[in-house]
Design a protein around this ligand. Structure first.
Ligand code: ADP
Ligand code: MG
Length: 293
């Protein structure tokens, strides 16, 4: 039977917006040593906006944005919402598109009258061997150094431009990270975003160990590798790209407002958008487990 103290602790946490799905998660929480944090939507607001654009020669920013918005029309990714919002703000109506595809952790593509449009990160551009990347890459180097995320846009295999997206840390993120470190935990940032934005977010949040360019599978393998070293690992994320890692972690924290896949995979749901609930849950668990023993 579940010790009554676990039930009481769960109730207290629930009132603070931390919902423990299984009592066993509350037990493993006390032993957690490493906390892996996703970036977009977890450490950051996850409401990025288009902060700058660089069309390829012969292209206007408006034309590139319109096509990008057509490809992103149905994607649930926060970057897709940012691209659509900027097009709307400029009064641009994206052309109709079909044959949509979304490569998790890479980007999207769709067919419209002009041809096949793709939008995604550097890995997508490299994998698909897009040409005419020079100007977009020069732009990306500058914007990524500022901590922005750059998306590349292609028509067929020709790069027609790049978009820079800015996203802010959640106000409580640095404080939440500090609380975890004070509790003796190792905090890691694991993101699908590239090195520039990863480093900038880590620096701002006070995280020493970070890794960018991680696919969903890489986040999962990172957790498994730590577990093989005998370490007890918690993971926090919001996206479907985080779901495999959330399920594999000893304690998976899913941010409410994220995707259902993450909520299903996680063991603990954070109903408030901030990360402070992670420290709260670990502290409550340590206290409870001490009382049980
Ligand atoms: P994070 O770990 O920061 O939440 P993701 O794994 O969701 O990031 O995405 C990793 C990278 O894949 C993004 O930085 C972006 O370059 C690309 N990407 C993923 N989905 C999309 C999309 N819908 N549109 C454009 N690019 C995308
Ligand atoms: Mg995310």
């Amino acid at each position: 039977a579940t010790p009554i103290s676990l039930v009481i602790a769960s109730g207290k946490l629930a009132r603070r917006g931390v919902v423990v799905k299984e009592a066993s998660a509350l037990e493993s929480l006390a032993k957690v040593e490493v906390v892996l944090l996703d970036k977009t939507g977890t450490l950051t607001e996850g409401r990025p906006c288009v902060a700058g654009m660089q069309p390829a020669p012969g292209w206007s920013a408006a034309a590139v944005l319109k096509l990008a918005a057509a490809a992103e029309a149905e994607s649930p990714h926060p970057y897709a919402a940012a691209v659509r919002e900027e097009a709307r703000r400029r009064g641009l109506v994206p052309p109709a598109a079909d044959n949509r595809i979304e490569w998790t952790g890479y980007g999207v593509a769709a067919d419209c009258a002009e041809g096949r449009i793709a939008v995604g990160g550097r890995q997508l551009a490299q994998q698909e061997r897009w040409s005419g990347m020079k100007r977009a890459e020069d732009f990306a180097a500058i914007r990524e150094a500022q901590g922005e995320t750059v998306l590349f846009v292609a028509l067929g295999r020709d790069c027609i431009g790049a978009l820079a997206l800015g996203d802010r840390l959640k106000r409580e993120s640095p404080e939440a990270v500090q609380a975890l470190r004070m509790a003796g935990l190792d905090v890691w940032l694991a993101t699908g975003d590239s090195a520039g934005p990863a480093a900038a977010a880590a620096r701002e949040a006070g995280i020493v160990r970070w890794k960018g360019g991680m696919l969903p599978e890489d986040k999962l393998q990172q957790i498994r590798a730590l577990q093989r070293q005998g370490r007890v690992v918690a993971m926090a994320g919001d996206g479907w790209n985080d779901a495999p890692a959330l399920a594999a972690a000893d304690a998976g924290f899913a941010m409410a407002g994220g995707t259902d896949a993450a909520l299903d995979a996680g063991h603990v749901a954070l109903l408030r958008p901030s990360l402070t609930g992670i420290h709260g849950a670990i502290a409550a668990s340590r206290l409870t487990m001490r009382n049980i023993k």
